[in-house]
Design a protein around this ligand. Structure first.
Ligand SMILES: Cc1cc2nc3c(=O)[nH]c(=O)nc-3n(C[C@H](O)[C@H](O)[C@H](O)COP(=O)(O)OP(=O)(O)OC[C@H]3O[C@@H](n4cnc5c(N)ncnc54)[C@H](O)[C@@H]3O)c2cc1C
Length: 528
């Protein structure tokens, strides 16, 4: 154990490790990267996080810069939870601290997972209606701010967070809240990092009003700090919106107050299969008017692959050579949901077939819902690496995008079946890569670049549904305007003057470092 590890163990109640086997465990996530940290810490309180942040801030003041990376469950798909410095894991900060069922307010530590939270809330007839992986932590849901499949109906995580407690880069702990101009002036005069942040944001607001308006009206990407127009509003500032999609680069979220929703009835589901893109698109554009809980599309090739791994989907795929399956669900009272399902049926052509939830079909629809996981996890001869995951594509350009995609397949010599949510305009394409292939790096780069081009051609954004991290940053940093970059760099510098909070994500990404850390790459041969 190094001296520094021993010192940190004396400093905090939780634990700090530098054993190689622990560092190895925290060197990967769900992305294509492997980056080994020097230390992994498990704080047990906000005070522990503060002590750790303060220690590394003091080192940075002496020009010893150790990157500090917050981490929840380590499921990130773009390498934003990896670090060359210290990982601060929130695994032990998973308590539900307080619940006010009348006001529907709940106070939690940032490391609580969505499953733990919703299991606890269910007893009180409440829920956080965000569709996420069971193990995603609340802190990371804020730091990542994914467009989840329920967001068209419920608005996504941003809609439910009232306030957060945040540990800043120098160890100061702040509570977020919207401040008016007098309170901002008072804060800006304080000799604290928080005071400096308000001072800098006030300056940013006064000199960038046109740019802020442009980002608010035109940006479809969560790259950079594009939520800044929601932080700075009409002479008021709330720091909280900046933390959505911040990927741990502005501070560490330690506690959160959530406004919970009333638990709705279990959803009634329907799956419809189409042989043509045109009839699929027609169905989607009519069903969206019914305001479903979910409205998802899946290329039938994905279901065929899931069938090969044992899923029983023949009642859905039938004998169709090609086509799409659409999943619709409504979670209103059963009479109303059933009425909406009947309305949807009117848009199903006679050549298509459909299944609605019933005692006989329930397990088939359950298997359908699990088929994506099966598709993603089971290729025997490769990996479905997340590169073009959760991208935004406007509904009006969906057909054109799918046509572009089919032209790209022979060029890249890849199968590119699409899946995602039409309701939230959020899609993914996860082709198979052989990481042992000597041409893996070239194929990785060619795919990422080609996807970025065709997504932008149809007015979408590769970082639309989740931010850029290290991986998507390979392309997003290339196309972001200079004025936007300059603005976001000012924001980062205001919060993190010595650049230690997860400095290697977003605009801090070093492309050659990222490519060098592809899981199987020894010697990088490509430059993006
Ligand atoms: C099977 C599977 C399906 C997935 N599906 C989706 C999907 O549909 N949509 C989607 O968007 N994502 C999806 N993901 C990706 C993943 O769920 C998200 O990236 C999620 O945010 C990860 O949660 P986590 O707790 O593991 O966070 P981590 O991976 O540990 O961290 C994610 C980011 O949040 C930051 N962070 C974590 N905690 C804090 C904190 N307390 N304070 C400040 N920053 C913090 C980290 O630094 C990092 O940048 C999927 C992943 C898997 C494995």
């Amino acid at each position: 154990m190094s001296k520094i590890t021993k010192y940190l163990n004396q400093l905090i109640t939780g634990n700090v490790f530098d054993a190689p086997e622990i560092l190895e465990k925290y060197s990967t996530d769900q992305s294509a990267l492997k980056i080994t940290p020097k230390l992994v810490a498990f704080p047990e309180s906000t005070a522990d996080i503060q002590k750790l942040a303060k220690f590394f801030h003091q080192l940075s003041e002496k020009n010893i810069r150790v990157p500090v990376t917050a981490r929840g469950s380590g499921l990130d798909e773009v390498g934003a939870d990896l670090s060359t410095g210290i990982i601060i894991s929130t695994e032990k900060l998973n308590h539900l601290e307080e619940i006010d069922t009348r006001e529907r307010l709940v106070r939690v530590q940032a490391g609580i997972t969505i499953k733990e939270l919703n299991t606890a809330l269910k007893v009180s007839g409440l829920t956080l209606p965000v569709k996420a992986n069971d193990n995603e932590t609340i802190g990371s849901l804020i730091a990542n701010c994914p467009t989840d499949n329920y967001a068209a109906k419920y608005g996504g995580i941003m809609h439910f967070i009232e306030r957060a407690e945040i540990v800043l880069a120098n160890g100061e702990c702040i509570q977020t809240g919207r401040l008016g101009s007098h309170a901002i002036s008072r804060k800006a005069n304080e000799k604290t990092l928080e005071g400096r942040i308000y001072q800098k944001l006030s300056e940013i607001a006064s000199k960038n009003s046109t740019l802020l308006e442009k980002i608010k009206n035109e940006s479809v990407s969560s790259a950079g700090y594009s939520s800044i127009p929601y932080a700075i509003k009409k002479n008021t500032i709330d720091l909280l919106p900046l933390f959505f999609s911040s990927e741990g680069s502005l501070g560490i979220i330690s506690e959160v107050i959530i406004h919970a929703e009333v638990l709705e009835p279990r959803a009634t589901r329907m799956v419809v299969t189409f042989s043509s893109l045109k009839s699929t698109a027609n169905f989607l554009s009519n069903v969206i008017k019914q305001k479903p809980l979910e409205l998802n599309i899946v290329d039938l090739r994905i279901l065929r692959t899931a069938e090969e791994s044992g899923k029983n989907l023949s009642k859905i795929t039938r004998k169709l050579q090609s086509g799409y399956a659409v999943f619709v669900s409504f979670n209103e009272k059963s009479l109303r949901s059933n009425k909406k399902i009947r309305e949807c049926v009117k848009y199903i052509p006679s050549t298509s077939s459909y299944i609605v939830d019933s005692a006989e079909t329930e397990s088939i629809i359950d298997e359908f819902e699990n088929s994506i996981v099966s598709y993603l996890n089971l290729p025997s001869d490769g990996e479905r690496i997340p590169l073009a995951s959760n991208f935004y594509l406007p509904a009006r350009n969906f057909i054109n995008f799918v046509k572009d995609l089919s032209e790209l397949e022979p060029k890249l010599r890849m199968d590119l079946p699409i899946f995602g949510s039409f309701a939230t305009s959020n899609y993914s394409i996860r082709p198979k890569f052989k990481t042992s292939d000597p041409k893996f790096e070239q194929r990785f780069a060619a795919f990422l670049q080609a996807m970025d081009i065709i997504i932008r051609r149809q007015e979408g954004s590769i970082a639309g549904g989740t931010p850029e991290g290290r991986v998507k940053a390979l392309v997003t940093n290339k196309y972001m305007s200079q004025e936007e970059k300059a603005l976001y760099k000012e924001v980062k510098a205001a919060f993190d003057p010595n650049n230690i909070m997860n400095p290697d994500v977003k605009l801090g990404t070093d492309n050659s470092f990222t490519l060098k850390h592809l899981k199987t790459t020894k010697t990088p041969r490509i430059m993006l």
